[in-house]
Design a protein around this ligand. Structure first.
Ligand code: DON
Length: 560
């Protein structure tokens, strides 16, 4: 087998609280779609481990949530192997094509060309998801890739039913989808949003998945599929070459590990900003006895921690294979001390004063959590970025391409679709990975293990942060995933929140402290979480009420 994997970083983390002698008598999968959850459970019941199940769930989500993730996209899989406590983040993030350059989305005047990094073939990075599935199966799984891809292939052939969520996102992306005949034929019905209950079959995608299933990496990144992908992209004005596909590599990264009170929080490493932003925010929050504060002050302090951590995201973070990111400094407790010196309990800091973003909604992108009966676990967040990615499918492949290039900083200070700004560290370069917010996370304490994550663009990290703080209060996954949400990302300098998060009295108190509040007008996020309570040796799993996902816990009896 060719070595398609580069190992990055010498020190891989080993879970502090791993105790291989205790094993759950149960297994659990929580994902954004019942068919994907079932695919994971089926593969576990066929003798697969959590890593095989992760392959099955990822591939099934790629079929039944085409607006959220897919084999034309990428993601991060945080793994924990219980037998030796080994932990790693499998980085299947897209990369910029070799012909990409820093100013590729700017016009002659140096201004961003509207939607160039969002719609169509030029918006797509080189996909990482197929390579990651091959890697997960070969390096960590017990079953062949072909077994774990079977449920997804069946779903692609038989089709899935259009639900309200599909209709809402297809409407949002109707123009992009309608402008590409292959995408139009699969995801729309005569140019219109399909009716509720319509069946979406994806024969070409099934065929592409079969090639992946038979040949692994080469089934997607070489041969006929690769030829069609490159041809389709080039014909539509994109810049992919066969070299791009051939050179794609999954990377293994050492996760970010954060000590927060009695917890170890294990989360995504660069090129996701998730772990670092969580680390900065939690290091700030650790200095406060949050319990002793009144609720308004508590929320205020959490917001101030978010503001400072997202500021550092904009200033310093990018693909660490290309730029030097001061990770050690940013994650040091003394750094948190320094940047919270001006944090007043009474008054909001202005983002302008700590030198250093439009608003979109939707559950594009997806997260799932898996735990097997041996205690192996996976938290994975996968994306094609915007709903239905770039809206572009190269003819004959069934592969809906991502528009992850928009996660780069197209021009310093110009906000991306999530309102995030960035600078040189996240500028476009050939072969570079664009900075992400996806934050698959484990929480580890002596008493329990948590597995969580969510989609939600820039708000992913703040949602995971609120989930961690809720776990610290002793609450269960049902509570973590359904919490009312609020968010601050440094710029724009406002607390964004779901409708109803703050009662009138609380709004007044936060405004008195100098905060601006902005309801985002709808609920956001779609968190799926699992908890292994070690004392009772039971699993709990929960799917966000905001979505239409499913969490299953199954008793599998005496462990062999
Ligand atoms: O990697 C990222 O941070 C984004 N591409 C994730 C996009 C996302 O979560 C959209 N969800 N609403």
């Amino acid at each position: 087998m060719k070595a398609f994997v580069l190992t990055v970083g010498v020190f891989f983390s080993v879970a502090l609280y791993a105790n291989p002698s205790i094993k759950p008598q149960e297994q659990a999968v929580a994902s954004a779609h019942p068919a994907a959850t079932q695919a994971g459970i089926d593969v576990l019941n066929q003798g697969g481990n959590a890593f095989d199940a992760a392959v099955a769930v990822s591939a099934a989500l790629a079929v039944v949530e085409p607006f959220g993730s897919g084999i034309g996209g990428g993601g991060f899989w945080l793994l924990h192997r219980e037998s030796d406590g080994f932990q790693v983040m499998v980085d299947g993030r897209e990369v910029a094509p070799l012909k990409a350059d820093r100013d590729m989305y700017l016009d002659k005047q140096g201004e961003p060309i509207k939607n160039a990094s969002v719609n169509g073939a030029l918006a797509a990075g080189i996909p990482g998801l197929p390579a990651a599935l091959d890697h997960l199966a070969k390096k960590y799984g017990k079953l062949p890739l072909s077994d774990s891809l079977k449920p997804a292939i069946e779903l692609a052939e038989k089709g899935f039913l259009v639900n309200e969520h599909y209709r809402r996102l297809a409407k949002f992306r109707q123009i992009a989808l309608a402008s590409n005949p292959s995408a139009e034929a699969i995801f729309l019905s005569k140019g219109q949003v399909p009716d509720l209950g319509a069946v979406i079959q994806q024969e070409d995608l099934a065929e592409t998945l079969k090639q992946l299933s038979k040949q692994g990496f080469d089934g997607f990144y070489a041969g006929e599929v690769a030829d069609k992908l490159v041809q389709g992209v080039q014909q539509a004005g994109g810049i992919w070459t066969k070299e791009d596909l051939k050179k794609y590599r999954v990377k293994e990264r050492s996760p970010v590990v954060i000590d927060y009170k009695d917890m170890k929080v294990v989360s995504a490493a660069l090129p996701s900003s998730g772990g670092l932003v969580l680390s900065i925010a939690l290091n700030i929050l650790e200095q406060y006895d949050l319990e002793s504060l009144d609720e308004a002050t508590r929320i205020h302090v959490v917001v101030e921690a978010m503001r400072r951590a997202y500021r550092d995201r904009a200033l310093y973070m990018g693909d660490s294979d290309f730029v030097s990111v001061p990770t050690a400094r940013l994650t040091h407790k003394s750094y948190a001390h320094t940047i919270s010196k001006n944090l007043s309990l009474d008054t909001a800091t202005s983002s302008q004063d700590i030198s250093g973003l439009k608003d979109i909604e939707g559950n594009n992108t997806t997260h799932f959590s898996v735990m097997d009966k041996a205690g192996n676990r996976v938290a994975a967040t996968l994306s094609i970025n915007y709903p239905f990615g770039s809206g572009f499918v190269p003819a004959g492949t069934g592969v809906l391409l991502n528009d992850e290039m928009d996660d780069f900083s197209i021009k310093p200070g110009t906000p991306n679709v999530y309102g995030l700004v960035g600078g040189q560290a996240n500028a476009i370069e050939a072969g570079k990975r664009m900075l992400s917010s996806m934050s698959p996370t484990f929480i580890e304490t002596k008493e329990y293990i948590g597995v969580l994550g969510t989609p939600g663009g820039s708000r992913i990290i703040s949602m995971v942060l609120l989930g961690i703080l809720d776990a610290e209060q002793g609450h269960t996954p049902e509570s973590w995933v359904n919490l009312p949400r609020y968010h601050h990302q440094y710029l724009p300098d406002v607390i964004q929140h779901e409708p109803g998060t703050f009662k009138d009295g609380m709004r007044v108190k936060l405004k008195e402290k100098g905060h601006q509040l902005k309801s985002v007008g709808r609920q956001y996020g779609n968190m799926h979480a699992i908890l292994w309570d070690k004392k009772s040796n039971t699993l709990m799993a929960a799917s966000d009420r905001r979505g239409s996902g499913l969490a299953i816990v199954e008793t599998v009896g005496i462990n062999e």
